[in-house]
Design a protein around this ligand. Structure first.
Ligand SMILES: Nc1ncnc2c1ncn2[C@@H]1O[C@H](COP(=O)(O)OP(=O)(O)OP(=O)(O)O)[C@@H](O)[C@H]1O
Length: 207
């Protein structure tokens, strides 16, 4: 599904990684690990097609990301450290507009159903800026459930979530992988045991 083919990247004079290769398949859940500043977010952004490696290439279904452009972006959900929510809009409006802009408009019933799943029905019309950190995270995670896409790239998705919400996200990840999706996530936290099958990949400093 994804082939990372001998990529190298550096920030300023400092190499982040070099000669990094990895093959990831449908159904995989990968926990990308490594110390602070090692390059996990940088790698996730490259996998999301938001930045390019300095050397090597990343392939999706055999085609280079650089050739696929927007076709590739429609295959994935990228949840970064910033939740990519419009603060003045409500969770309902955020979901409505995100789906519409992505070309997959959602019905009112579908939006409310999704917001109920992430536990935000009561807050669905409040501006996001008035929500707690955990509620904001739930509003961002709603996109995963609202629009099915095979690849989930999740940067610290468990931060700010309470224990129950962490378990639920673990179940969604589990189901997604069982249905042939691919999940690559970073986390410095202990992962919920609801994720049944997960492989670790640890980034280390280049020698
Ligand atoms: N836009 C940028 N310009 C310059 N340096 C950057 C940029 N983005 C990241 N870096 C540097 O690249 C290195 C890797 O950062 P990155 O965010 O990928 O690490 P990380 O492994 O995700 O860390 P953490 O576990 O702390 O989240 C850091 O030293 C960071 O300062």
């Amino acid at each position: 599904m994804i082939l990372i083919d001998q990529i190298a990247a550096q920030r300023g004079d400092r190499p982040l990684f070099s000669d990094l290769s990895l093959a990831l398949h449908a159904g995989d859940c990968i926990h990308l690990r490594g110390e602070n500043g090692i390059g996990k977010t940088s790698l996730l952004k490259m996998l999301a097609g938001l930045s390019q490696p300095d050397q090597g290439q990343i392939l999706w279904q055999g085609q280079a990301l650089t050739e696929l452009g927007d076709d590739y972006h429609r295959q994935l959900h990228y949840l970064g450290h910033k939740d990519a929510l419009k603060d003045l809009l409500s969770p309902y409006q955020n979901l409505h507009w995100a789906a519409k802009i992505a070309g997959n408009p959602l019905s009112e019933a579908a939006i409310l159903h999704t917001l109920a799943k992430v536990g935000l029905l009561q807050q669905c019309d409040l501006p996001v800026r008035s929500l707690s950190q955990g509620q904001k995270k739930r509003a961002a995670l709603a996109r995963l459930l609202a629009t099915p896409r095979p690849l989930w790239l999740l940067d610290e998705p468990f931060v700010a979530l309470d224990t129950a919400a962490q378990s639920e996200l673990g179940e969604w990840i589990n189901t997604h992988c069982q249905q042939g999706g691919l999940v690559i996530l970073t986390s410095h936290q202990k992962l919920p045991c609801t994720i049944k099958k997960i492989s670790e990949f640890t980034l280390t400093r280049p020698v």
